[in-house]
Design a protein around this ligand. Structure first.
Ligand SMILES: Cc1ncc(COP(=O)(O)O)c(C=O)c1O
Length: 442
């Protein structure tokens, strides 16, 4: 019987693009058709230098042969295995390899398919963990203003980016927020970690006093907030959050979706800042962005509390059809091998001072009101056009793309996070081109 198929329209209408100005895009599309190492190739044959590692995820650069081959091999050998009540060796091997590079004290891996799912998983684990230990009243979740924890209901509830929240109803109940740590009046143009603002962590004591510690399950923060436009933790801030959460029996979750896998020049932000959370949410760089995969990493204390009851019983009623998918797992192993063989985390640490200097040389250019950096992350904040917020940075993004560099913008902030393989001349090209763009911006 012939399938009743509509003729396929060769236009851009059907695909409703995520986090995109669809109408603007479809009038003047920007298409990548190929990629290798530090560059994308556009549909009109131009090379574009990747200043953002895709979406903060292609930490080893693009189309790395080891990863491509691992995916091809795995797809031909074991394409899929049920994720519930069955296993396959590749997912176990990857979990062990993740734990090898995780901070000491982190011992277990729960697979998801994205950062958003990692966040939902961690939030659910936090509530269930307290319940498993007889503290079922601990259900409140504390996030932070301007935090980004993906786009699912839990994530936008604890998140603090207004546009991601305001049109989606009442969200989760029982959520409160710490203040963000963006303090331009005292910290503008800081190189690396800002000096001022550790006291903002004390706001957690106020929230605890308001709700009662016995109602709070977890605090979730990004060690370095990325998607909101790069907000750095002031010196001593994360240490304070850890001390206060520990004092009150509250779990601390680090959302390491961006800071994981070398972005700061250490495997995870936890090691970079020397602060151990109870759980870490990851995704992106886990598979070099090539195959969707995320993971929640936990301490033994979190995991072991669930390992009770009759042994034939499922301990945690949670998981995804694609948790630990064989092809994603193979991509993950090949990615971690690439990071290790090329010492990419060390490389990021070594080149970070050059990155910092190049970036801060943009100070004084038109509209630049702040520059922030850490590891291989950089942000340039622009003065918004009066009455037209976001437009100046978006114009910079479009002009940058025309001149052959890929940057990202959030509000009026330009964020950059190049692959960890970037070379010094490419840093010069990226920042030099951006300087040219800034000089011509209205
Ligand atoms: C800190 C953080 N958490 C969660 C997410 C969501 O990840 P995903 O887009 O894979 O769902 C992101 C994505 O940028 C992120 O930066």
């Amino acid at each position: 019987m012939a399938l009743d198929r509509k003729a396929t329209p060769n236009d851009l209408n059907a695909f409703w693009m995520p986090f995109t100005a669809n109408r603007q895009f479809k009038k003047n599309p920007r298409m990548f058709v190929a990629a290798r190492d530090m560059h994308y190739t556009t549909s009109d044959g131009r090379q574009v230098l990747d200043g953002t590692a895709g979406l903060w995820c292609c930490n080893a650069g693009h189309c790395r042969p080891r990863i491509t081959e691992a995916i091809q091999r795995q797809a031909a050998e074991l394409d899929y295995a049920p994720a519930f009540q069955m296993g396959h060796p590749v997912a176990f091997e990857l979990a062990n390899r993740i734990i090898e590079i995780a901070p000491r004290g982190i011992e277990h891996v729960f697979y998801t398919n994205s950062g958003s799912e990692s966040v939902e998983t961690a939030l659910k684990l936090a509530i269930a963990w307290h319940r498993a230990r007889g503290e079922g009243a601990r259900t409140r979740l504390i996030g932070r203003e301007r935090g980004y924890h993906g786009v699912n209901f839990g994530g936008i509830s604890v998140g603090g980016i207004v546009n991601n929240r305001k049109v989606f109803g009442t969200l989760l109940g029982g959520v409160d927020h710490l203040p963000h740590t963006h303090l331009p009046a005292v910290n503008a143009f800081s190189k690396g970690q800002p000096e001022n603002g550790a006291n903002l962590a004390d706001e957690l004591e106020r929230i605890v006093a308001l709700h009662g510690a016995e109602t709070i399950a977890a605090v979730i923060v990004e060690p370095v907030a990325g998607s909101t436009g790069v907000i750095l933790p002031p010196k001593g801030y994360l240490e304070k959050l850890r001390a206060i959460t520990r004092k009150h029996g509250i779990l601390l979750i680090f959302d390491e979706v961006i800071t994981g896998f070398g972005r700061l020049g250490a495997p995870f932000g936890s090691q970079y800042f020397d602060v151990l959370p109870d759980m870490m949410t990851t995704a992106k760089g886990l598979t070099n962005g090539v195959i969707p995969m995320g993971a929640v990493l936990t301490t033994a204390e979190v995991h072991d509390a669930f390992m009770t009851g009759p042994e034939h019983m499922i301990e945690l009623f949670h998981g995804y059809t694609y948790s630990g998918n064989p092809i994603a797992s193979a991509a993950g192993i090949a990615t971690l091998e690439t990071y290790r063989e090329e010492a990419l985390f060390e490389r990021a640490a070594a080149i970070a001072p050059y990155w910092e200097e190049a970036l801060h040389a943009l100070k004084g250019l038109p509209h630049v009101i702040d520059i922030r950096n850490m590891g291989l992350i950089g942000a340039v904040e622009l003065d918004p056009i009066a009455g037209e917020p976001t437009k100046r940075a978006f114009n910079a993004f479009l002009a940058a793309y025309d001149k052959g560099i890929l940057i990202r913008t959030t509000g009026d902030i330009i964020a950059m996070s190049p692959p960890l393989i970037i070379e010094k001349p490419q840093i010069d090209e990226l920042i030099g081109t951006l300087a040219g763009v800034l000089k011509t911006l209205a």
